[in-house]
Design a protein around this ligand. Structure first.
Ligand code: 6PG
Length: 274
């Protein structure tokens, strides 16, 4: 079967630069957290790896008052992880701990890093899926974990988490976390959440920065790309909201949004699309 194209509706937030994008992304995260805690007393959040979220994480860590999250009710998982020690500079958990988690008052028991050391990649994937079952099973018996917000970056090739173009992992429907063999630098084994989890989320927000992402972003949002070629095209939350936050460089090849009416100010254009 041909891989699906991107078909859903989404909000596109085009930001003047990475600083403005970090502010908008922080606001999206805080808003999702507030709504989640109001609705079900918890904020189940997935952090992405990569460099794109780092300014947002640092800003979130120093945010106070209305711009802050209630970390005592927040639970943090990871979109994917490299099979390296947590203190290895390539570790997504290690990076998030340095830029955010070690700077806020989140209980250690509320953070769920992917345990990879001492386990084979396949064992690590099963162990992470078990962590998800344990956490969500307490709430929603036997159904796919429904995160309140999943943050994602996107690679130049349109990959997300550790779901790479043409990878077998793109077809997985019956597991929530799987082993993803090396697909890009750093060439290490990885563990990644799968589409079923990503597309069950209440909110998914992409953070996309830089000219080098412009072609993939155009292919996904305006080019009918298939998820096999551009895995980001496979993300459309079935019963949730999708927000693409991009800087002007990443959005430079997009055309549709330039004609849409939008909420504008000098820093951002927020456009309901689809
Ligand atoms: C990873 C990330 C990955 C990342 C993209 C974009 O483990 O590498 O989860 O999916 O989000 O590669 O990375 P940048 O934000 O650094 O461009």
């Amino acid at each position: 079967m041909k891989s699906p194209k991107f078909t859903g509706a989404y909000d596109l937030v085009v930001c003047r630069d990475s600083d403005i994008l970090a502010i908008k992304a922080r606001d999206v995260i805080v808003q999702c957290g507030r709504e989640a805690i109001q609705q079900h007393r918890r904020f189940n959040l997935v952090l992405t790896g990569g460099s794109s979220p780092l300014k947002t994480y640092l800003l979130l860590a120093e945010s106070t008052g209305a711009a802050a999250i209630d970390w005592s009710k927040t639970y943090v998982f990871f979109s994917d992880e490299r099979c390296v020690a947590w203190d290895d500079p390539r570790s997504n958990y290690g990076s998030a701990r340095k830029s955010l988690l070690a700077r806020v008052r989140i209980p250690e028991s509320h953070v769920f890093p992917v345990q990879t050391q001492g386990l084979s990649p396949a064992e690590a994937a099963v162990a992470y899926a078990d962590k998800l079952v344990e956490h969500f099973f307490a709430f929603e018996h036997g159904v796919t974990p429904r995160f309140d917000l999943i943050l994602l970056g996107m690679g130049e090739d349109g990959h997300i988490a550790s779901l790479f173009p043409h990878a077998a992992a793109l077809k997985v429907e019956d597991s929530w976390a799987i082993w993803s063999p090396p697909g890009m630098s750093p060439l290490v084994d990885r563990i990644t959440l799968t589409y079923p989890v990503l597309n069950t989320a209440r909110n998914v927000a992409f953070l996309v920065l830089g000219e080098n992402k412009a072609i993939a972003l155009r292919d996904v949002l305006e080019g009918n790309a298939r998820s096999d070629d551009r895995p980001a095209a496979g993300v459309h939350p079935v019963d949730g909201k999708l927000t693409w936050l991009g800087d002007e460089c990443a959005a430079s090849l997009l055309t549709r949004h330039r004609t849409k009416s939008s909420e504008t100010n000098s820093d951002t254009r927020i456009l309901p699309m689809g």
